[in-house]
Design a protein around this ligand. Structure first.
Ligand code: DWN
Ligand code: SAH
Ligand code: ZN
Length: 410
């Protein structure tokens, strides 16, 4: 999705935009690679922009979707026990809006972590998932899944074959799609007159408050706010009826939308709009400040890592998250500073991290080879990881955390 040849325009409203910073050349965040593939590795310049018109925070350029989502996609949703619980709860909040005869469509359904809760209740469902390998896991579990990218044309086909849906749901995928107008047109085509749309994504407010710039990587075209979601769906006569902050992925927002004037609006919606104004999420100066904050965070983290190495101590990374690709590439963290990254995903084992080529090692080997320090790239899973790795601290290991601020634990 190259936006550079034409004039740089907002993906949502076509307004002219310009980047407020550049993160430099970035690889595909989930492209864990073999040594022989280093020489052909793909990079793109990662530049975020803020659209003054529709208030969307976005990437100006993005690799083609097929370069990121394919039959060897490295992220499996089911790797986190706590996320499994989170999606069970999410499904329960959807159940309040539907009944046993409803049809539910989820996009970005991955390995079926959400839809299994509907399949178990024998509720008619369909997952749309372009990454064939993760979709295969869902299908094996008996979850109806179509291997495809969602868009308006696909929505028409789904309606022809299944009728209209009562609920359209999505987690951590709406923000991945640059042709977002086609998605909302597809939703408009797909849902009933009294249909409900519920989706959640990493929240711009959290990114700004905590300087979690690692939420910015190739897959994340957008970081939404209530303001940007309102403007996007408003174009298609839909409105926010409720909104709920979530702790997942370092701070997310769940948006509830329906056709205008069909449902009551919870007062939480207005409260979030006010908070966003106070936080400056509608003001471009906030992003100028954010750029400075990113640079400061980078310098502070590098200083800590270099000081540790000067003392002759070892550092390993923990959890080869997509987010870690931004941290390592933007900060220039390679094997001079970090020996390897421990991770639970078999598909990543024996491979090297995108761009910085740090070896990825099975997490089971962590305990055989404790480093002096472990840099926690999976901070959003800290509860789960600390519980699993108690012994590391007991044996004198120290965690380096960089969210909400950079500090050393232990
Ligand atoms: O938006 C997205 C979210 C939903 O998931 C996608 N674009 C890609 C992905 O982002 P991520 O890779 O940053 O997700 P996580 O869930 O923060 O990290 C997953 C990685 O962490 C996996 O490689 C597994 C690893 N992990 C681990 O090593 N030990 C995870 C857990 C829970 C653990 O205990
Ligand atoms: N919903 C899961 C997975 C999020 S990762 C969770 O929250 O854990 C994003 C997923 O969206 C990937 O599995 C990717 O293959 C899928 N995806 C990307 N573009 C898509 C599109 N246009 N339509 C449907 N799914 C898409
Ligand atoms: Zn715009």
């Amino acid at each position: 999705m190259n936006n550079t040849e034409k004039e740089k325009k907002c993906w949502v409203c076509d307004h002219a935009i310009s980047p407020f910073m550049s993160f430099g050349d970035m690889p595909i965040a989930n492209n864990f690679l073999n040594k022989e593939d280093f020489k052909d590795e793909y990079f793109f310049e990662m530049e975020p922009a803020f659209c003054e018109n529709c208030k969307s925070f976005q990437l100006i350029n993005q690799p083609e979707p097929e370069k990121m989502f394919h039959d060897n996609y490295a992220f499996f949703s089911g790797t986190s026990v706590l996320m499994d619980k989170h999606f069970k709860k999410f499904s329960e909040s959807v159940l309040q809006y539907i009944d046993q005869d409803s049809f539910v469509v989820e996009i970005g359904s991955n390995d079926g972590i959400m839809l299994k809760n509907f399949a178990e209740r024998e509720i008619k469902h369909l997952g749309i998932e372009p990454s064939a390998n993760v979709a295969a896991v869902a299908k094996e579990r008996g979850i109806n899944t179509l291997v495809s990218f969602f868009n308006k044309e696909l929505a028409e086909q789904i309606v022809k074959e299944n009728g209209k849906a009562k609920a359209f749901i999505a987690a951590n995928v709406m923000c991945h799609i640059p042709y977002i107008n086609s998605i909302v047109e597809g939703i408009d085509t797909l849902i009933d007159e009294d249909g409900i749309v519920i989706f959640e994504d990493p929240y711009l407010g959290d990114v700004i408050e905590k300087t979690t710039y690692d939420q910015i990587y190739d897959e994340h075209t957008f970081l939404f706010s209530a303001h940007s979601v309102k403007n996007l769906f408003g174009k298609y006569n839909m409105e926010l009826i409720d909104i709920e902050h979530q702790e997942t992925h370092g701070g997310s927002m769940r948006y509830y939308l329906s056709r205008k004037n069909t449902r009551p609006i919870n007062k939480r919606v207005e409260e979030v709009f006010l908070k966003e104004n106070q936080l400056g999420l509608t003001n471009h100066l906030t992003f100028v400040q954010f750029k400075d904050n990113c640079e400061r965070y980078r310098n502070n983290l590098l200083e800590i890592l270099k000081d540790i190495k000067k003392e002759g101590k070892s550092i390993a990374g923990y959890a080869a998250t997509s987010k870690s690709t931004t941290i390592t590439n933007y900060c220039g963290i390679n094997t001079d500073l970090i020996d390897c990254i421990y991770d639970t995903t078999p598909l990543k084992h024996g491979k090297f991290s995108p761009g910085t080529h740090i070896p990825i090692v099975p997490h089971e080997e962590f305990k055989d080879n404790y480093p002096d320090y472990a840099l926690l790239f999976g901070y959003n899973h800290s509860k789960e990881i600390f519980a699993k790795e108690k012994e590391f601290e007991e044996k004198g290991g120290k965690w380096i955390i960089y969210v909400p601020e950079i500090r050393v634990l232990g």
